[in-house]
Ligand binder design. Structure first.
Ligand SMILES: [Ca+2]
Ligand SMILES: [Ca+2]
Length: 232
């Protein structure tokens, strides 16, 4: 493993012959607490891309520069990428995150644990864009990371965000029956404390509270460790 300063120097000087005012200083970003890891990666990806675009088209030099840029990027977050795949096999990249749509049905608790076992968590829906993306990918009801297990009626996502904090909710509404969430206790005396996209009748673009013991497919999400520019 080359010394840190060698890599920084590679980023600044050997990476390409771009004028210094066109090169982004990776080390400044590393210490900027205002920037999220995703923002840093995007910035550094763009910096590397800009830098490479100034270099010669010579294949060997491009390969060398690509490796130098990759090494530089690995210093920014401590993440060492072995490939430029945006997400692992079986996961779908979308706007800086990777999503997993299960093929098997599980209880909500099993779904939550399986996501965690994949270093992910049950999906959060914090805006309409994510809601629409997820709805476009499913053909039946799926568990999401919303629950009122701790306090009845107080719905929270896996990161403890509340619905008033995200500002969006897509509960199913009824004309002559109570709206969702209705905490229906006919099937499960403990009520309905876990939310899903859709129910067994469809309505895939709406949320329902269900018994957490129901078996449904589920959606996990995790950060994309190397988002491509077109995927942000
Ligand atoms: Ca409930
Ligand atoms: Ca319900």
């Amino acid at each position: 493993m080359p010394h840190l300063m060698e890599l920084k120097d590679a980023g600044k000087f050997t990476l390409c012959d771009a004028p210094s005012d066109q090169q982004h200083n990776v080390s400044n970003l590393q210490s900027d607490p205002e920037k999220s890891d995703d923002e840093k990666l995007l910035h550094n990806y763009n910096a590397a891309k800009n830098c490479l675009s100034l270099c010669t088209a010579d294949d060997e030099k491009l390969l060398h520069n690509y490796n130098a840029a990759k090494n530089c990027l690995s210093l920014c977050t401590g993440f060492v990428s072995t490939s430029c795949q945006p997400c692992e096999e079986g996961w779908t990249a979308h706007r800086g995150k990777c999503y997993f749509f299960s093929s098997k049905k599980q209880t909500w608790f099993e779904s939550r644990d399986l996501c965690v076992a994949s270093k992910a968590r049950l999906v959060s829906i914090s805006n309409k864009e994510i809601q629409d993306f997820l709805v476009s990918k499913i053909k039946e009801t799926h568990w999401i990371g919303l629950n009122d297990l701790e306090t009845e009626g107080h719905w929270v996502w896996m990161n403890s965000q509340t619905l008033s904090e995200t500002g969006v909710q897509f509960w199913h509404m009824r004309v002559s029956w109570p709206n969702e969430p209705d905490n229906w206790k006919e099937d499960d005396p403990s009520g309905e404390n876990c939310a899903s996209l859709g129910n067994f009748d469809g309505f895939l673009n709406e949320w329902f509270d269900n018994s957490c013991r129901m078996q449904k497919k589920f959606i996990c999400e995790k950060k994309n460790t190397f988002p491509l520019i077109d995927d942000i």
